[in-house]
Write a protein that binds this ligand. Structure first.
Ligand SMILES: [Zn+2]
Length: 112
């Protein structure tokens, strides 16, 4: 479905699944196999449609950066579902903010 929108590129984040499993809030909803399958399917669809795939490291602060002004929060708990920037005042859904940051990422590796 994502690939069918025919973007020029798709940026994904290398996730630290083992680390995420240690977080009791995340452990239940995480499955290595689920992430692996999604990445494989996305890769197949992108290759088929000629869409560039980019991957940022697991250290890229996609959730902590303000997608509007670039301010980086020192701490952002998982329970904070809305990203509110104390610098520029932007208030945006946490996942939407992270998605914009991934789209704007300048450092990434190209996946084949
Ligand atoms: Zn901001």
């Amino acid at each position: 479905m994502i690939a069918k929108t025919k973007p020029a590129f798709i940026t994904i984040e290398k996730l630290n699944v083992q680390g995420m499993k240690k977080n009791r809030h995340l452990a239940k909803s995480i499955s290595d196999q689920g992430f692996y399958d999604f990445k494989q399917k996305l890769g197949n669809a992108c290759r088929k449609m000629g869409i560039e795939r980019r991957e940022v490291t697991m250290f890229y602060p996609s959730s902590k950066l303000c997608s509007h002004c670039g301010l980086k929060k020192v701490k952002l708990s998982l329970s904070e579902r809305v990203f509110s920037c104390e610098h520029c005042g932007r208030s945006i859904d946490r996942d939407h903010n992270a998605a914009i940051n991934l789209m704007q990422a300048k450092e990434y590796v190209l996946l084949t």
